[in-house]
Design a protein around this ligand. Structure first.
Ligand SMILES: Nc1ncnc2c1ncn2[C@@H]1O[C@H](COP(=O)(O)OP(=O)(O)OP(=O)(O)O)[C@@H](O)[C@H]1O
Ligand SMILES: [Mg+2]
Length: 455
């Protein structure tokens, strides 16, 4: 029987190759190549099976890797010799090639190998069996009927090993890329934080400038006001004396005075002037206190270690934020006996400010903020407790992360607690939080009384 596979050129039939199952027609006159020998030389496994799936040809590659010479296999059923072959799957493939007459291809990625051949240069890469790409080609007779199927087995183990190594390298590169991205994100965060702290410093300076400018006029208004108070009291004393001796005046003059007093509602004015003076004096005192707290505050950048009274820090911070708090919460002070501590007071002010503003913001309508202080061994403890909305455990896990905020855009930057934590860290203290959703939150600060190492 003569057979055919697509071959380019003018070939003459060569019987031994025909037997080996290749399509053989004719060979050019001057071409002396022995095709059967060629099949044994190439580095591809060649095996042909007929309709009964008995082996019809078997090249040296197959013999070398299977351990069966061609004499032992020719004419014998493929699946009997190689029970490890995926019979159902392969039969279906053979049937398709026999029936349709078109080639079929399987890569190692779909099925790592058909024939279980050991890889003859086993390398560390963890591949023990030869990895194979397989091609099934129809061998047709002169009438175009598929009489055999040629199985071409390509050893792709080295390529697979390379592929694995490449995949590992890509994996390492991907991990590095992710690390780099995290680094870039962290850099961006740090940069934003720097910008924020620069902004805070700039605002601080501005506040200091404004506070200074206000301080002077407030100073002389206060001093003038004291004189004014004195003059007003003098004027009233004079009027009272005059009233006591009014009878000595002629009747017409007394009537004029009475008219004038009536027109200007003298009784009311006399009482109101004193009230106005007292209120204004109170207001001026408050302006003076706020200006002085603001000046303290604008020194948040100062990092001098000083002995300071924590209660004084808490009180001056309360003054600054009272406006934010007073409509929301009653402030209860439960101060214990505290010694002075060595700290950076202006930075502690910033801590108290963040905690107090957070507490006030957590209260929806009205609530209470309680400030408790006590001494524990060589530490002082400061508790800031609110009756606000509280936090879920998920929120609590993230509150110290820079830029983490649950507040609407424009309301919170999410930096308050991360700045707080770093200031407490600089003081070698600790900050802890306990919270119950719906009930409220307590932040507890512990600060050593004495600063030990320079940070
Ligand atoms: N007392 C509190 N009660 C309930 N939630 C709080 C309290 N304090 C902080 N949080 C939660 O922690 C988050 C982070 O607080 P943080 O002070 O760092 O940022 P912020 O208040 O959102 O913004 P910023 O302080 O920068 O204006 C808040 O958005 C809030 O969800
Ligand atoms: Mg805050």
């Amino acid at each position: 029987m003569s057979m055919s596979v697509p071959v380019v050129g003018n070939f003459r039939q060569v019987p031994e190759v025909a037997q080996a199952g290749c399509r053989i027609t004719e060979r050019p006159e001057n071409d002396l190549t022995d095709y059967a020998q060629l099949l044994d030389v190439i580095d591809v496994g060649i095996c042909a099976v007929d309709r009964t799936l008995c082996i019809r040809s078997w090249n040296a590659f197959m013999a070398a890797h299977s351990g069966y010479g061609s004499r032992e296999v020719i004419g014998r059923p493929l699946f009997e010799l190689f029970p490890e072959l995926p019979q159902d799957w392969l039969k279906e493939r053979f049937d398709r090639v026999f029936d349709l007459g078109v080639p079929s291809f399987t890569s190692w990625e779909q099925r790592r190998y058909l024939f279980s051949f050991p890889h003859n240069c086993p390398i560390n890469g963890g591949v023990e069996s030869m990895q194979q790409d397989t091609r099934l080609l129809p061998i047709k007779d002169e009438l175009g009927r598929v009489v055999q199927v040629l199985v071409c087995l390509f050893d792709v183990t080295d390529a697979v090993l390379l592929h694995h190594r490449l995949a590992e390298t890509i994996q390492v590169l991907e991990e590095e890329r992710q690390e780099q991205q995290q680094l870039i994100a962290r850099l961006a965060e740090t940069q934003e934080q720097l910008i924020q702290s620069e902004k805070l410093a700039a605002i601080g300076q501005l506040a200091a400038g404004v506070a200074h400018e206000i301080n002077n006029p407030v100073g002389f208004v206060m001093s003038n006001f004291r004189s004014l108070e004195h003059y007003v009291e003098g004027a009233f004393t004079l009027i009272e004396l005059f009233d006591r001796h009014i009878d000595v005046l002629p009747a017409e003059a007394r009537a004029q005075v009475a008219r004038l007093k009536q027109d200007m509602d003298y009784e009311f004015v006399a009482n109101d002037v004193r009230a106005l003076v007292a209120e204004s004096r109170d207001g001026l005192e408050r302006v003076k206190r706020i200006v002085s707290d603001l000046r303290d505050f604008s020194r948040v950048g100062e990092t001098d270690w000083q002995w300071a009274n924590v209660h004084a820090c808490l009180d001056s911070t309360l003054n600054v934020v009272m406006n934010e708090i007073k409509y929301k919460a009653k402030v209860v002070k439960a101060y214990g006996d505290l010694p002075e501590i060595e700290c950076m007071p202006f930075q502690l002010n910033q801590v108290f400010l963040n905690l107090l503003v957070n507490a006030a913001q957590s209260i929806r309508e009205r609530g209470t903020i309680t400030l408790r202080t006590r001494t524990e061994d060589d530490h002082v403890c400061i508790e800031i407790e609110d009756t606000g909305a509280g936090m879920t455990p998920e929120v609590m896990k993230r509150i110290f992360d820079p830029f983490y905020t649950t507040k609407p855009v424009g309301k919170g930057t999410g930096l308050g607690l991360s700045v707080t934590q770093s200031i407490i860290g600089r003081h070698q203290g600790s900050i802890s939080v306990a919270s119950t959703p719906g009930l409220g939150t307590t932040f507890t600060l512990q600060l050593p009384q004495r600063h030990t190492t320079a940070m």
